[in-house]
Design a protein around this ligand. Structure first.
Ligand SMILES: Cc1cc2nc3c(=O)[nH]c(=O)nc-3n(C[C@H](O)[C@H](O)[C@H](O)COP(=O)(O)O)c2cc1C
Length: 190
């Protein structure tokens, strides 16, 4: 059994990330040997990074209990989907802070990126990739850029066309394969 966590990259009122996350959760839970869950940053009110040293130097000992709670939850994940809307041509600050707050919890774990926005959130993805690489994450080459996301996810029942369904399925298949591969890799390293 592998655990895949879907991180909602936005916390604002009326956010779309929650709807996109629920759709992906359903798709993941249809797969065998996968346990999926949503990580909602609203439930982890992290301080803006304020430790005396970078997370990479802290050995998972954080002074703030919210960060400790976030660390324990992220440790449970074998792979991730990050849902990243585009805010001012990048990804949201709340997501950057959640990533910055940890280090070894992320290492050698695969991640698929899902974005949306005027150009499908493409600029957000490119910024995110650099950050994920420093965290030693395995960002899949394939990603999901959703155009017209507000129309698609307007109602409780999202209007997913065949092409988007296919792209999502490919991303999920790749993520599951990489997740299994890197579980073995991490076991060898430990
Ligand atoms: C602060 C802010 C900045 C935004 N900047 C962009 C942008 O640069 N490019 C874009 O395509 N959409 C931009 N948008 C529109 C968002 O992509 C759209 O509102 C999306 O639904 C936000 O994701 P969320 O609903 O999960 O918060 C911005 C929205 C916000 C709130």
């Amino acid at each position: 059994m592998s655990k895949i966590q879907i991180i909602l990259g936005s916390t604002r009122q009326n956010r779309l990330s929650e709807k996109v996350g629920k759709w992906l959760l359903k798709l993941l839970n249809e797969k065998e040997n996968i346990e999926a869950e949503i990580l909602d940053l609203r439930e982890y009110p992290l301080p803006f990074y304020n430790e005396p040293a970078p997370a990479a130097a802290l050995n998972r000992n954080y002074s703030n209990p919210e960060v400790q709670k976030w660390s324990q939850k992220v440790m449970e994940g074998d792979g991730y989907i990050i849902i990243s809307p585009e805010y001012n041509h990048s990804f949201p600050a709340v997501l950057k802070n959640a990533l910055d707050s940890l280090y070894s919890e992320w290492n050698h774990k695969p991640v698929g990126i899902v974005s949306y926005g005027g150009v499908g959130g493409a600029r957000s993805i490119e910024h995110l990739r650099g950050v994920l690489s420093v965290l030693d994450m395995i960002a899949l080459s394939k990603h999901l850029t959703i155009f017209n996301a507000h129309q698609i996810f307007e109602n409780d029942q999202p209007q997913i066309d065949e092409k988007l369904a296919q792209f999502a399925d490919t991303l999920i298949k790749d993520l599951i394969d990489y997740t299994e591969l890197f579980k073995e890799f991490r076991a060898k390293r430990s």
